[in-house]
Each structure stands twice: as structure tokens, then as C-alpha cells.
Ligand binder design. Structure first.
Ligand code: GUN
Length: 286
């Protein structure tokens, strides 16, 4: 390998700063912000994510309630719960953990959440606001990426940003946020021809596809800032399973800065959920 190793853009210090700011704002409110998380079924990853979110809420001076519903919950029951949470003035943020069981269509559930309580930023109204250049509540992972860039003083305005991946939760909303921040944005995906030619244009390259080590050093412009949103479970040479990103470790020799996996973007998602909940509560209590 040649070149200097990239600066490591560690998530935890940036996440701590985001949470500290949210906790300061929460403390100025009449009632601590109240986040309600709804989980349907027992998908192990979802159980663990939801537990982490509720724990972090408590540490951040927020109240949280988790509704764990059985896998067989009818769609109508879930919608009725969302309606009752919408109507409850003591609930400021509502998050329905995805994925939902196959018999429940996601879109009507997300659209049923009061847009002012939609701390996931997935309601069509909030997606529309984001794409009209006036983001309010934005999805937590892409908003967390923006907060990470800001924390480390990475300039965005006027720069070329390339996002690999066009998912509802990450790629698409991140494109909207980067555009609102005056970047010149390209979204690449599985049907993009000559992916390397596109990614080599990037001053800021974001990988969010879920394919281990898809981004290799030859695909990165020297001194680019590389953000790795991928979390892939792979079995290493030692025969043990471990987590790795969408970016090959050798990219560190080409990039000027790189987020690690784990410990990069991951902690920012939960931190941003706290920030979104406080933002929602401030608007509802003002
Ligand atoms: N499952 C994985 N990521 C997310 C997220 O950001 N929001 C929700 N609601 N579910 C998820």
C-alpha cells in the first residue's frame, strides 16, 4: 500500500456531541420529550436495535416507551395503535421499527404517523419537505451522516458527492440532504455502468449498499472523504463472523478520511433519533 493512512472519522465522539446538544435542549422543555417505539414480531436485529434506542433515550434525558406487538398482529391493530399515539399529547415521537412482518404493508403504516411526530422522517410529507430543500424531520442514518460531516468540519457546499445505494432509509434521503446542503450529488446503484468511473468523481463518497468491500482503492479519488454506511456480517480467515463495511480497508491509503465499521456511522443513527425526538417535542411544546 502507498500513501498516508486516512484520518479516522470515529462515530462515538460525534454521536456524544449530538446527544449532548439534544439533552441540553430537552432540559429546557416543560416535560422531557417522550419517544414511543413500536416493534412487531421478534426479528433479533430489530429487538437489539430497539433496546439500544430505548437505552440511549434514557441516557439522553428523554422518556421512552416500547410497544412490542406479536408477529401475528393484524394491520388494523397496528394502525389503531398509531392513531392513539398520534392523539396522545404526551407522545412527541413515534417510530415503527422496520421491517414489518410480510402481512403488513409498510407504506400505509408510515403514512398514518402524524408527520410532526415522525422522528424517522419516512412520512411522505417529510420526504416531500426534504426534496423541496426544506428538510425538517429527516431519516436518522442520513441525518447522522450529515452531523458526522459537520462534526469533523468536512465542507459540503459546492463539492461532488457520490452515493452508492438508493435505499429508502439511506441513499435517497441522503441525496436530498446533501443537495439541500449545496453539494453536487450523484446517486449510483446496482444498474450503474462503470461504477468506478462515477465514484472516482467524488470528493465525498458514500457507500450504502450492503456489499462487503465493494468499494476498492482504484474506485476512490485521492484525498476523497469516504463514508461507509455498510454493515455486513462476514466470516474471516480465522473462521469467526465479524462486521465489516462496504469499503475495502485498503481505501485508507487513498482517502483523506474514512469512517470505520463498526464505530463510524452506526452510533450516529441512534444519536440523531434523540435529536429528532427533541426537535419534534420542541415544536409540539412551543
Ligand atoms: N430498521 C433499520 N433501520 C431503521 C430505521 O432507521 N428506522 C426504522 N423505523 N426501522 C429501521
Amino acid at each position: 500500500m502507498t500513501g498516508n493512512a486516512a484520518t479516522v472519522l470515529a462515530g462515538p465522539p460525534a454521536a456524544t456531541a449530538v446527544i449532548a446538544a439534544a439533552a441540553r435542549q430537552a432540559a429546557t422543555l416543560e416535560r422531557p420529550p417522550h419517544l414511543v417505539i413500536v416493534r412487531v414480531g421478534d426479528d433479533p436485529a430489530s429487538v437489539s436495535y430497539v433496546r439500544g434506542k430505548a437505552k440511549k433515550a434514557g441516557e439522553s434525558g428523554l422518556r421512552s416507551t416500547v410497544h412490542a406487538l406479536p408477529e401475528t398482529t393484524p394491520s388494523a391493530d397496528l394502525l389503531a395503535l398509531v392513531a392513539s399515539l398520534n392523539a396522545d399529547p404526551d407522545v412527541h415521537g413515534i417510530l415503527v421499527q422496520l421491517p414489518l412482518p410480510p402481512h403488513i404493508a409498510e407504506e400505509p403504516v408510515l403514512a398514518a404517523i402524524d408527520p410532526d411526530k415522525d422522528v424517522d422522517g419516512l412520512h411522505p410529507m417529510n420526504i416531500g419537505r426534504l426534496w423541496s430543500g426544506r428538510p425538517t424531520l429527516a431519516p436518522c442514518t442520513p441525518a447522522g451522516v450529515m452531523a458526522l460531516l459537520e462534526h469533523y468540519g468536512v465542507p459540503v457546499a459546492g463539492r461532488r458527492a457520490v452515493i452508492v445505494g438508493r435505499s429508502q432509509l439511506v441513499g435517497r434521503p441522503l441525496a436530498g440532504l446533501l443537495l439541500a446542503a449545496d453539494a453536487t450529488v450523484t446517486v449510483a446503484h446496482s444498474r450503474t455502468r462503470d461504477l468506478g468511473a462515477v465514484t472516482r468523481e467524488a470528493d465525498i463518497l458514500v457507500a450504502a449498499v450492503g456489499r462487503a468491500h465493494l468499494i476498492t482503492p482504484d474506485m476512490v479519488k485521492p484525498a476523497a472523504v469516504v463514508i461507509d454506511v455498510g454493515i455486513n456480517r462476514v466470516v474471516g480467515d480465522d473462521g469467526k463472523a465479524h462486521l465489516t463495511g462496504d469499503v475495502h480497508p485498503d481505501v485508507a491509503a487513498v482517502a483523506s478520511a474514512l469512517t470505520p465499521v463498526p464505530g463510524g456511522v452506526g452510533p450516529m443513527t441512534v444519536a440523531q433519533l434523540m435529536a429528532n425526538t427533541v426537535q419534534a417535542a420542541r415544536r409540539q411544546q412551543s
